[in-house]
Design a binder for this molecule. Sequence first.
Ligand SMILES: *Cc1c(COP(=O)(O)O)cnc(C)c1O
Length: 375
Amino acid sequence: MYTLYMNAQLLRSSWVEIDLSAIEDNVRYFSATSGVVVMAVVKANAYGHGSLPVVETALRAGASWCGVARADEALELRSDGIKCPILVLGFTPISMTEQLISANISMAGWDIEHLKSVAVIAQRLGQPARVHLKVDTGMGRIGVSDQVALDIASYLVGTQGLLFEGLSTHYARAYEADIAPTLDQEHYFRNVVALLTDAGLCPSLVHASNSAAAMVRPDSCWDMIRLGIAMYGLDPSEDCKCREDLRPALTWKSQLSQVKHVPKGTGISYGHDYVTNGPEIIGTVSTGYADGYRRHGDKIVLIGGRRVPVVGRVCMDQFMVRLDSVPDAVVGDEVVLIGHQGQGHISAEEVAVRWNTINYDVVSSIGSRVSRTYI
Ligand SMILES: *Cc1c(COP(=O)(O)O)cnc(C)c1O
């Protein structure tokens, strides 16, 4: 190990390794258990995992749709050669509509005035705008009530240029231990589906389930699940954990760029918030808050398979660790921020608790300058 890293050219700063076989297995699992179409949700650079390799893997494993949050994420996938149906789950500015229609990308819709503008653009292009009508069944975010849904559905069906492709909703509390709020939303949505079906207006693709709902309500997935966090092998919540056989795909690594023995009373990092209690071994890691490694919260990393504390303030590009428990650590030793090393393990969920946030936030905040490698 030491001799290998004597070659300074081999040192790297900060990178993530994505185990695509984990994503493949996770998608296969949900595809088999739900028995419905799987949409791979790859917004925010596939929750930090890198969109294109994740999409290619998910499609190979049986997913047939992709879901993104923004129009530009969808267009990027198209320009990278992804041919499958893509849905923009969030808001699409009118200025992006023409590009979306031309690239055959579907969009969420809920506002009649907005849809009228979309129709005008579609008619001019002579190509249909594919719309998934969003129903607000209790998320309080985007979407319409049952009666408005009926009105918009008839507008969508009766208007040239608009293709009423899907009907959807989103759960606010499916990851909680109590499923009552989810059942309420499900009940409301079921009624909307019935209302539209009775009026002869129901589109071919009805979808509601995120990862948590696909796990807790596997028999109520309608035609498609929108699989996000669990595809990456991460838990929707503490109360809604993935099965043991679903594996996390992401490991975040760095290397020791310096190791030094310092005397008692040495201040470490900005502000000297940490001062050594005795002679200590301090290591420097080249990852910082600009890589998405937060300043706040107690932090632990793995070195030599051991849990090692982060000491002093996290800087923009670097932080320091105390190496007493791994006294033979040398420059070049691998540092694991998230993942396994030897007998040690730090999950994205543990990091989230330390940072007072959720695992979604931890992985999707890993910075763009952190290189992604695929295994
Ligand atoms: C992000 C998102 C999902 C995926 O949610 P997970 O909890 O990650 O499975 C599904 N649907 C919509 C509308 C989303 O925005």
